[in-house]
Ligand binder design. Structure first.
Ligand code: COA
Length: 571
């Protein structure tokens, strides 16, 4: 059976891992349709409508109905090593300080995570948030294991291996759902390392429940602090929206909090915003001037200079950029432009390069429309600063995924490179028909032409780096691991900075900008985009506000959009 397959993805949502597998399988020539796991009836109907060769469940929160797994081979991706079972696989791996972990592809049967094994792949654990491990190591291992399983299925002779729990090589065990009591922090007794593990094991969900100033919160986004200390449990400093809390052997930073209120839906927000006025009493402690990059502390933005190249990192939680974060980044960018370097590399964060405006901060504002307006203008100011840079050549080096305005912000740079494996979502439309700004109407057609620009903004599908390169949306991709990518970026950026032809390249870039400006002023693109956005924010159609509400509160899907559910389009 050596042919392209019709594969149905059964998934809780079209999350980044699912998008990556979608891209990889399509690059291999397979046809993929998607159905969200809403209920058994809908799942059964999707399988009937599509009649797939194979069903893959990259991210499921419920068991597949028996009527489906008895009729079709259903491969379930489990983020755990062979033998591991249960809904908190990565959480336990982090809490238990495992050094090696992995993913397993199992055939669905009556026993949850207990089916025969089609493939598995391992990775070395990293001291990081659960969500970061999921978006990096787990995703890369998942690609390896799922592609191996699909090839084996296609070969037609492979016999999946039943789990043998008596085999000493099988390290995994069935583990229960991790509860808050398993993660509870004793601020007087736990050391910083175990507090970091507890918070990281619960990030991005469900967070660790705790109290701050007598109020209940869920904690997220923990980061080590190398030098501060105080009375264990006390909040001793704040910086750029994060708070620093003393432990018995030092301190840790907490970037994000969600207030727990049984009577109200609440949002994950920068810690200082979530605490409110009481955070005003805490001392704002700016990053010490000249703090070396290697020193452990909370920093969203950092700058490193080497051999004529300035490297600007901006690691915003979930890639979301509030008005304040955009302004801070713009300041840092302008400072980088004032340095006697030749090239500026914009490296974003490890997990995300950027996901555009900060929808949670917007949702929590007194006037979400006004805050949307402020935020998009702050993004535009930043994009404009990059586009109009005359002193340097600029490179957007995407270590992590980018979505919506984040992708278009990257296009503001002269060169756009991505780590192999990055997924881009260069469209706004899924957010309630948002028109978007960030000068995308200038940047996108300029790079890829008007027709292609229209196609990718309309069809709302994720793009892998190979497709993005074919479309010329990005200039190149390389390096599967973040470390390899960064190393290669260094080599290439230095080569540009040291190239004897650098002055000519810079002069040509500036001439091109002047030609573009003469043809149509940059500001007229912004004005036209903002005119459309004004309707999104302040007009009669509330779609953007409704879609944002659904997005930030993770309201479960009640149907699969037709642009993803190919089988429903065909029928
Ligand atoms: N503002 C606030 N939070 C954002 C965000 C944004 N722009 N983009 C992503 N997030 C948050 C999600 O709410 C989620 O939060 P969690 O930690 O509570 O789970 C987290 O980032 C991860 O997002 P998720 O959708 O699970 O990640 P993904 O990698 O699977 O998908 C995107 C990535 C970009 C497709 C998706 O996050 C998205 O559509 N984001 C919105 C982009 C957008 O419309 N921006 C505004 C216009 S510029």
């Amino acid at each position: 059976m050596d042919r392209a397959l019709r594969i149905l993805f059964l998934t809780h949502s079209f999350n980044s891992l699912t998008q990556r597998l979608y891209d990889e399988l399509r690059e291999c020539g397979h046809e993929v349709s998607i159905e969200f796991d809403i209920n058994d009836t809908v799942t059964t109907e999707a399988a009937r409508l599509y009649a797939p060769d194979l069903i893959i469940a990259p991210y499921l929160r419920r068991a597949i109905p028996e009527a489906v797994w008895r009729r079709h081979v259903c491969l379930v991706l489990h983020p755990g090593i062979r033998g591991d079972r249960g809904p908190s696989a990565l959480d336990w791996a982090i809490i238990n300080a495992e050094t090696e972990w992995g993913v397993t592809v199992l055939q669905a049967n009556a026993q949850l995570d207990g089916g025969d094994i089609w493939a598995s792949a391992g990775f070395a654990m990293r001291a990081a948030r659960k969500s970061s491990l999921y978006r990096n190591e787990v995703t890369e291992a998942a690609v390896t294991a799922v592609l191996a399983a699909v090839d084996r299925f296609r070969g037609g002779t492979f016999v999946p291996e039943p789990l043998d729990e008596c085999d000493p090589a099988v390290r995994g065990r069935a583990r229960p759902l991790m509860r808050q009591t398993d993660r509870w922090i004793d601020w007087l007794g736990d050391d910083s390392a175990s507090i970091l593990r507890k918070i990281r094991s619960a990030d991005g969900a469900p967070g660790v429940e705790d109290e701050i100033f007598g109020q209940p919160y869920q904690l997220f986004d923990a980061c080590p602090e190398g030098s501060l200390s105080g009375r264990a449990g006390e909040i001793i400093a704040r910086r750029d929206g994060a708070i620093c809390r003393a432990t018995c052997d030092g301190a840790v930073w907490i970037g994000q909090l969600r207030r727990i209120d049984p009577d109200e839906r609440t949002l994950k927000l920068p810690a200082v915003d979530a605490i409110g006025p009481r955070a005003g009493a805490v001392t704002e402690l700016p990053l010490p001037a000249g703090a070396a990059a290697g020193v452990s502390t909370y920093r969203e933005i950092s700058y490193v200079e080497e051999q004529g190249v300035g490297y600007l990192y901006f690691d915003f939680y979930n890639g979301a950029m509030s008005s304040a974060q955009c302004a801070r980044l713009q300041n840092a960018y302008l400072s980088a432009c004032a340095r006697p370097t030749r090239v500026i590399v914009l490296l974003g964060g490890r997990d995300f390069w950027s996901n555009g405006i900060h929808l949670n901060v917007i949702e929590s504002a007194e006037s979400p429309a006004d805050e949307s307006w402020r935020n998009i203008n702050a993004m535009n100011d930043l994009a404009q600063a990059i586009i109009t840079t005359t002193s340097h050549l600029t490179i957007a080096a995407m270590r992590g995924n980018a979505g919506a305005g984040g992708v278009f912000l990257a296009l503001a740079a002269d060169h756009v490179w991505a780590r192999t494996g990055v997924i881009l979502n260069p469209h706004y439309k899924s957010m309630g028909n948002l028109y978007g700004s960030e000068y995308w109407t200038y940047l996108l057609p300029k790079r890829i032409g008007r027709q292609r620009a229209e196609a990718i903004t309309e069809n709302r599908l994720p793009l892998g780096v190979r497709a993005a390169r074919r479309l010329e949306l990005i200039d190149d991709h390389f390096g599967t691991s973040e470390e390899d990518f960064r190393q290669e970026v260094r080599v290439r950026a230095q080569a540009i900075a040291q190239d004897p032809a650098f002055p000519f390249a810079l002069a040509e870039k500036n001439r091109q900008r002047m030609r573009d400006e003469a043809e149509r002023p940059l500001e007229s693109y912004r004005a036209a985009e903002l005119e459309r956005l004004r309707m999104n924010f302040y007009g009669f159609d509330p779609s953007y506000h409704v879609a944002r509400y659904h997005f930030v509160y993770h309201v479960p899907h009640s149907w699969t959009p037709l642009h993803l559910a190919r089988h429903r389009r065909l029928n």
